[in-house]
Design a protein around this ligand. Structure first.
Ligand SMILES: *Cc1c(COP(=O)(O)O)cnc(C)c1O
Length: 413
């Protein structure tokens, strides 16, 4: 492996589903001296970030609360604020991230009801409804919240928020709906108020195009009321203590000024492009990656991990390898020989899945470059690829652009 400090000519491509590539405007915004906390520019930056994440999440009233933490920190805030010591969370199985959140909840002393997950499949929503009905049947219900992962980054699968909400309504269960949108916020549409999401969870280093370091929750009034009545001992994570005007109060101490300046700049980029255009770009680039994977799959050595095309995420594509084909070797070769960083399989998928991230500050030529590097790695390792995936992606993009310019743009997939 080469040393971090070694000079490498040209660009190194980062196509993990987080951390993601940083836009130049974000790097520039972060290259500045800190300010004193009473400087009105600090409050203005924080206000812009609050308004921006609200707009991205599709909420008029939910309270954004930021933590100097990663996504796991925001998960912890959800558990500590919403779950009284004897309350349960229902965690629908979606893959590695639902299981990690469930384990963290249990580590904090709370009970978890899980629904089963089948590899390669979207969430079993019927099982969610059944679990909620079973919880109500005993008289006093114990499930206080449903913790659902929107895009499970490990499986490259996006699960339907509306279907989960409908299951909760059908069961007549009063639990709060918490959605982990860490991997979808800024890449796919979210309408927190219209979809009746009570808490939305996000983090800085994915669709928001920032370095890691800020996790956040958007909390509606119902969830804030549950937190206010929750006797669980907590301080740093306490939502109620964070509501106020002073920057010092909002962050339970000194705000991460550099990251928030970057967030202000990153959000401004998304709104300048236009959210519809941002989401369309993600769909288009995902379509190009999927065209390449479909071509490679003809060789029989790799295939889509997610078997349901409509559930494949616009943020990341998970690719499973046939028995005997080492997914980690593909990842290593792509990075070390071709300067393309992709992600590996998580948890039980280690060694048999690799993942190409396609969210954040990306353009078509960046995606084509990444696909070229991955295909070169596959060829160097003598892994059979059926057709030329890069050519398939070029064809997809050319066709999609022609459709867009002729004004008869259909759904990219
Ligand atoms: C990345 C991710 C997380 C965890 O974020 P960290 O910042 O690594 O703690 C949680 N949920 C989803 C869906 C993710 O993609």
């Amino acid at each position: 492996m080469r040393a971090m400090t070694e000079h490498l000519p040209g660009l190194r491509f980062l196509h993990s589903p987080g951390p993601t590539h940083l836009p130049d405007a974000v790097i520039a915004a972060m290259a500045r001296q800190p300010m004193d906390l009473a400087d009105p520019r600090v409050a203005a930056t924080l206000a812009a970030c609050e308004a921006g994440v609200r707009r991205l999440a599709g909420t008029a009233a939910a309270q954004p609360i930021f933590f100097i933490a990663n996504g796991h920190g925001a998960w912890e805030a959800v558990v500590q604020n919403l779950l009284a010591p004897d309350a349960l969370a229902l965690v629908p199985g979606t893959g590695h991230f639902s299981e990690s959140w469930a384990r963290q909840t249990e580590a904090l002393g709370r009970g978890v009801v899980r629904t089963p997950w089948t590899e390669g499949e979207p969430m079993d929503v019927d099982a969610v409804e059944a679990a909620l009905r079973a919880d109500l049947s005993g008289g006093r219900h114990r499930i206080a919240a449903v913790f659902m992962v929107h895009t499970d980054t490990a499986s490259g699968t996006t699960h339907s928020i509306d279907a989960v909400r409908a299951a909760m309504d059908a069961a007549g269960h009063p639990a709060l709906l918490v959605v982990d949108a860490v991997a979808s916020l800024g890449a796919a549409p979210l309408a927190m108020d219209a979809q009746r999401i009570d808490v939305l969870v996000g983090a800085s280093q994915k669709g928001l195009m920032l370095p890691p370091g800020v996790g956040f929750t958007l909390v509606n009034a119902a969830a804030m009321a549950v937190a206010a009545a929750n006797p669980t001992p907590r301080f740093y994570w306490d939502w109620v203590l964070r509501v106020g005007e002073m920057p010092y109060q909002k962050f339970c101490g000194t705000p991460p000024l550099t990251l928030m300046a970057g967030m202000e700049a990153g959000l401004a980029l998304l709104f300048a492009e236009g959210l519809e255009a941002v989401f369309a770009r993600h769909r288009r680039l995902a379509g190009a990656v999927q065209a390449a994977v479909a071509a490679w799959a003809d060789g029989g050595a790799v295939d889509f991990f997610c078997r349901v095309p409509a559930a494949r995420s616009v943020s990341v594509t998970a690719i499973s390898t046939a028995p005997g084909v080492d997914a980690d070797a593909i990842r290593r070769t792509a990075r070390e020989a071709f300067d393309v960083s992709i992600a590996g399989g998580l948890g039980p998928l280690a060694g048999r899945v690799f993942r190409i991230g396609h969210l954040g500050d990306l353009s078509a030529p960046m995606v084509l470059g990444a696909l070229g590097g991955v295909q070169a790695a596959l060829q160097q390792l003598r892994i059979p690829i059926g057709r030329d995936g890069v050519a398939a992606a070029v064809d997809y993009l050319a066709l999609d652009s022609a459709r867009a310019t002729s004004g008869t743009r259909g759904e990219p997939r």
